[in-house]
Design a binder for this molecule. Structure first.
Ligand SMILES: [Mn+2]
Length: 452
């Protein structure tokens, strides 16, 4: 990310936003320490992991609890110490001579001001800096590197509090996801152009990576690029190398900025005069309506119900139902065409944690009985980032079950056959629910930014 970006004519100083972010996180974690009684919370980035019976490491990605504090997603061996009453968190950086690899990732310019940075060479040395009290440290890390008693390693009473406070994103976090949208959108456009030229899925993904200037390992999640029937494979990561005569294209891909993700999906028709192209236009309007129906205090479960009703109406409009939209909705026929939830929280986890927490004490909200796949059930709060991603697919395995079941006669199967070769549609935007009630659509803003 550039250190300064132009937003609405004004320069955003990202280092200044980061300093505010650190101060806000520090204050929230002081409250967590006071409530849970620990002297300190220590968060490890994790270690580079070797492949079995080989001398190759897997690509490294830092623990998201660390990425919430530091834009060091690719540096192993970092520890952050947040102590009760401390004015700054302390960052411990593993610094050992390594002639085999390029120097590890460093903090962007001016990001160190709110941190006390200490280099260390061994865990033994690191431990001298930590609380010596038995039970003084809550340690958040994939492995129990510090060798603490089990109850102090990832204590749930601490991680629940962290997951709960995470819902409200600081202006810095919002700017990271906003910028992740700005960087992803031109890559989406490049991918679409390559699809229209008849490229293979793998060539499309390569065009995407080139356009956002990121490596595959930097992606917040594997690029989903489905041509034709593959648009119906919800997580189509095994991209085909052979070109196919293009009919339809679904791309679900983001960019990571300072460890924060964008998560964007678009669907395209090759033939702009086809029924499938018309169905995309209708689903796009449905998606915008669902975005507008969100806001402070709104229930994702209610929005999910509304999305199924709208999908039923689209099925009816395109003559796929022999019954009314309401009847299809009541019979839960839409679940066969739309088998995932409407959206999820977004942050340094693509599916951000804490979406079903009713409190920082770990009380859980009841899951939606009718739509158990929905990842998010908590009412929307200020400064939260959500995805809104309704879908409508023609998935052979689900259609076969529908056809074999009691609702088969409610479906116009010859129309289903018309749409099967196009796979399906998903349209996904990233939304900030602002404190003043405004909904900021980061994705649509980014697309209008490159179109204007
Ligand atoms: Mn998503």
């Amino acid at each position: 990310m550039n250190q300064s970006q132009i937003i609405d004519g004004a320069k955003v100083n990202i280092a200044k936003l980061y300093a505010q972010h650190l101060a806000e996180k520090l204050s929230r974690f002081q409250a967590i320490l006071a409530e849970t009684g620990f002297d300190e919370i220590v968060i490890g980035s994790g270690d580079s992991k070797m492949q079995f019976a080989d001398d190759m490491a897997y690509p490294f990605k830092a623990n998201p609890y660390l990425r919430e504090w530091l834009p060091l997603a690719r540096r192993a061996g970092c520890y952050l110490q947040i102590s009760a009453g401390a004015s700054k968190p302390r960052l411990f950086l593993l610094t050992v001579e390594d002639i085999w690899h390029t120097a590890p990732e460093t903090l962007p310019a001016d990001f160190e001001q709110g941190l006390e940075v200490i280099e260390y060479a061994s865990i033994k040395e690191l431990k001298l800096h930590l609380s010596q009290a038995e039970g003084g440290t809550a340690f958040i890390n994939e492995t129990n590197k510090l060798g603490l008693a089990a109850e102090f390693w990832n204590p749930k009473k601490v991680t629940d509090q962290i997951d709960f406070q995470r819902r409200a994103k600081t202006p810095y976090e919002q700017e990271c996801v906003r910028e992740a949208n700005r960087q992803a959108v031109p890559a989406h456009r490049a991918a679409y152009q390559v699809f229209m030229s008849g490229a293979s899925e793998l060539e499309i993904a390569a065009a995407y990576l080139a356009a956002c200037n990121q490596s595959e390992n930097e992606m917040p999640y594997g690029i989903i690029a489905g041509v034709n029937e593959h648009a119906a494979v919800l997580h189509h990561h095994d991209l085909f190398k052979q070109p196919q005569a293009p009919r339809s294209f679904l791309i679900d891909a983001g960019v990571a900025v300072n460890g924060y993700a964008s998560d964007i999906t678009r669907t395209y028709a090759f033939d702009k005069g086809s029924d499938f192209a018309e169905m995309i236009v209708v689903m796009d309007a449905v998606q915008l309506e669902l975005v507008a129906a969100g806001g402070l205090g709104k229930s994702p479960i209610d929005l999910n119900v509304l999305s199924h009703l709208r999908v039923a109406e689209v099925l009816r409009q395109f003559d796929i139902l022999n019954v009314s939209a309401e009847e299809a909705f009541e019979a839960d026929i839409t679940a066969a065409f739309y088998p995932h939830g409407l959206g999820h929280h977004l942050g340094c986890n693509v599916h951000d944690r804490g979406s079903n927490l009713a409190s920082g004490q770990g009380d859980l909200l009841p899951a939606s009985e009718k739509y158990p796949k929905l990842r998010s059930s908590a009412a929307m709060v200020a400064n939260q980032i959500h995805t809104v991603e309704p879908g409508l697919y023609f998935i052979p395995a689900l259609l076969a079950k529908l056809r074999a079941g009691n609702n088969s006669s409610k479906i116009n199967w010859s129309r289903v056959d018309d749409f099967l070769p196009f796979g399906g549609i998903r349209i996904e935007d990233n939304i900030i629910v602002h404190a003043d009630g405004l909904l900021e659509n980061l994705t649509r803003d980014a697309f209008s930014g490159i179109d204007s």
